[in-house]
Design a protein around this ligand. Structure first.
Ligand SMILES: *[C@@H]1O[C@H](CO)[C@@H](O)[C@H](O)[C@H]1NC(C)=O
Ligand SMILES: [Cu+2]
Length: 212
C-alpha cells in the first residue's frame, strides 16, 4: 500500500477519523484535494471532514480552537501547510449576496456561523460575523444556521446559506471561515437541537476568497 493508503487505514482503525462536515463551496483549504483542477498543495488530507480544533470541546468563545480549526496556539507547519492560505476557491463582488454550501456527515445537531477576515494578513482577531439572509435550514438570530439532525441523509447533508457581504469591502485574498458548533455532548440545561452553552465538539474550516 502507498503511505497515504496506510495512513487512512490506520486512522480508520484507530478511530481518529470523525467525518462531520466541511465547507464545500467555496472549498475549504483543508479540502482542496477534492477539486481535481486545483494543485495538490496541500496534499491529500484524509481527515478533511474532521477539522475539529483538536477535538477539544469548545466554550462559547472557542478559546481552545485555532484560527482555521487546528489546535489553539499549536499551529504545526509540519502538517504540510494544510491550514495555510492557498488557492482562491471563490471570487465575489463587494456588497453582494453570496451562496455558500456546507457538506455534512455524522453531524450532531448544533449550528454553524460564517465569518469574514477581510484582510490579506490573517490574524486571530480579524474575523467578523456575516449576516445570514436565508438558508435551507432554520436560522437562529442573524448569524446562526441550525443543523436540526444527527447523521443527516440527502438532501439534508448539504446546507445552503445566503450571506450578505459588507458594502465597500474589497480584498484580493481574504478568508471566509465556517465554524460548526455541534450540540454534542448533550446534557446542559439549555441544550436543544440548535444550541448548547456547554463546551461542545466544534469544527472549523477556512476558504480563500477574493472580493472585488
Ligand atoms: C478566482 O480567481 C482567481 C484569480 O483570477 C483564479 O485563479 C481562480 O481560479 C478563481 N476561482 C474561482 C473559483 O473562480
Ligand atoms: Cu462527533
Amino acid at each position: 500500500m502507498k503511505p497515504v493508503a496506510i495512513a487512512v487505514v490506520l486512522a480508520l482503525a484507530l478511530g481518529f477519523v470523525e467525518p462531520h462536515g466541511y465547507l464545500m463551496e467555496p472549498l475549504a483549504r483543508t479540502s482542496i484535494h477534492l477539486d481535481p483542477n486545483l494543485p495538490y498543495n496541500p496534499p491529500y488530507w484524509y481527515d478533511n471532514k474532521g477539522v475539529w480544533c483538536n477535538n477539544v470541546h469548545q466554550d462559547l468563545q472557542y478559546s481552545q480552537c485555532g484560527r482555521c480549526g487546528e489546535a489553539a496556539g499549536n499551529y504545526d507547519a509540519s502538517q504540510g501547510g494544510i491550514y495555510d492560505k492557498g488557492a482562491l476557491t471563490g471570487n465575489y463582488t463587494s456588497g453582494s449576496i453570496i451562496e455558500v454550501k456546507a457538506g455534512l456527515d455524522n453531524a450532531h445537531f448544533g449550528h454553524f456561523q460564517m465569518e469574514l477576515c477581510a484582510q490579506e494578513q490573517e490574524t486571530d482577531n480579524c474575523f467578523s460575523l456575516l449576516p445570514v439572509v436565508s438558508a435551507s435550514q432554520p436560522l437562529r438570530g442573524e448569524n446562526l444556521v441550525c443543523i436540526p439532525f444527527d447523521n443527516p441523509a440527502p438532501p439534508n447533508d448539504i446546507v445552503t446559506v445566503r450571506l450578505q457581504l459588507p458594502a465597500g469591502v474589497r480584498c484580493s485574498r481574504c478568508t471566509l471561515r465556517w465554524t460548526y458548533r455541534t450540540s454534542y455532548p448533550n446534557g446542559a440545561p439549555d441544550w436543544d437541537d440548535c444550541y448548547t452553552s456547554a463546551p461542545a465538539q466544534t469544527f472549523r474550516n477556512c476558504a480563500d476568497i477574493s472580493i472585488n
